[in-house]
Design a protein around this ligand. Sequence first.
Ligand SMILES: [Zn+2]
Length: 343
Amino acid sequence: MPFGLITDSVFQQHDTGPYHCETAGRLAAIDQALNTWPGLGQAVVLPLRPASEEELLRVHQASHLARIAGTQGKGASLDPDTVASPRSFEVACLAAGSLIDLCDAALEEEVQHGFALVRPPGHHATASRAMGFCLFNNVAVAAAHLMEVRGLERVLVVDWDVHHGNGTEDIFYHDPRVLYFSTHQWPLYPGTGAVQATGRDEGEGFTVNVPMTPGQGDLEYVQAFGQLLAPVTAQFKPQFILVSAGFDAHREDPLGSMMISSAGFAALTQVLTGLADEFCPGRVVMALEGGYNQAALARSVVAVCEALGGRREDVILDQALRAPLVGSVAKARETASAHWSLD
Ligand SMILES: [Zn+2]
């Protein structure tokens, strides 16, 4: 079965100006790397389509949708970090809608796993607000589609971007159908994602935050995935795995202070495909979030695509599982043990 990709130069038409780090050049760098990647031959590039109003309104308030739609043809500054250019609304609709179709393709077994290489990113966008370079919350819109239209009851959202995905957490904070698991540098923008934030009401326990200490890298992240995400996932039994795949926790990234290597991202992907093999084969779908060193971003995306296709990073995984458990992961495990069995 082919691997699914969403990639198109239209996503470079969200124009953030000459001085913004979340720039169209990020996708150009990824394109260049993918075009020389031998595995591209096994991928199928899906057609694009915009998300409908109905699809966006599953997670966003009508006032938010109206505000973003109102930037069409004009552009606007939405918050100190976040801008819309004349075509941003159209491009943002294509990002969310195409991610939905990629998820459907995985669900229908037309593709095995997939990666949506889209902009603008999404995980900071809340129901009511654009922020942190994000207009619509692509991953949340896709998760809502999987539940409301496709009838899934359990969706795992993994967010390894260096920043906490405050928007995604907030949208599903009360919802036990979505398990939101985030590793993020602590402290850092946007300031949410404390280990004690575990969800509320029926959603209590279904938010798992793992604040990471600056300087941590492959081994510590693999521990978070292997020693915490894996046992929680085995109990949650997801029917689909969506990934907010930002690459700003890469050791060469200018915004983050974490030390993940490109191979480390592949190792994390291997943990996820291993979990998918058990609970939802072929259904790991990534959506691009951050990542601001363009060369490192491009290398990491290719490494993750290779891992989705079966490349293995057993050396990193073995080293991490033999090393003593680091404090940040131990603390998150202790908190999560109130809701999940973690012996
Ligand atoms: Zn980020």
